[in-house]
Design a protein. Structure first.
Length: 187
């Protein structure tokens, strides 16, 4: 959180960047991005084939998120997300691919967010697990907003079968090419 998913700092930004985590070879790049308000799994690689496989829109792959939303999610909202919703990106309408979604209990393993999520005593929140196969700009946030439940907290918990449960928070784990291939076999 509050970290840019890139290796260079943006001028005037107080956010840290991936270079602050340690020394990486010059040819290592993040696969996909997390915006500064999102948390979770981020793959770094120097494998151009893997990079293309995960970033090229024709190669859809599963990304799973835990999403805390404002309000108590309705069955109609879940149904809409499962069918696909219309979102707006750069002044153009886009209809999302169908998503897998379910209501889940608040994750006990997830530490408190810093800074904390806004709190309103009179407005409850819900947690959903949402799996999508495309990665448009701020797509999950736009999807939950489109069905009337703005995102408060967004945590990417899996890419394919690679999961945050395999890595401790704020750590870097080196994964062999074979393990990555096995975990991404579903792609």
């Amino acid at each position: 959180m509050n970290m840019l998913s890139q290796f260079t700092e943006e001028q005037g930004s107080s956010k840290s960047c991936l270079a602050d985590l340690g020394d990486f070879p010059k040819d290592v790049y993040p696969v996909g991005r997390l915006d500064g308000d999102s948390e979770g799994l981020l793959l770094l690689t120097n494998d151009k084939t893997l990079n293309d496989r995960l970033l090229n829109p024709v190669n859809r792959h599963m990304r799973t998120y835990l999403v805390q939303v404002e309000g108590l999610v309705t069955k109609n909202a879940l149904k809409s997300l499962r069918l696909g919703v219309q979102i707006r990106i750069r002044k153009e309408n886009h209809f999302t691919a169908p998503a897998e979604v379910k209501v889940v209990d608040p994750p006990s393993w997830l530490s408190e967010r810093n800074p904390p999520v806004r709190y309103r005593a009179d407005i409850p929140t819900s947690w959903i697990e949402l799996t999508i196969t495309e990665g448009k700009n701020r797509q999950v946030r736009r999807m939950t907003s489109a069905v009337g439940f703005p995102t408060l907290r967004l945590v990417r918990i899996a890419i394919g079968k690679l999961s945050v449960h395999q890595v401790l928070p704020d750590t870097i784990k080196l994964i062999s090419k074979e393990d990555v291939e096995l975990a991404l076999k579903c792609i």
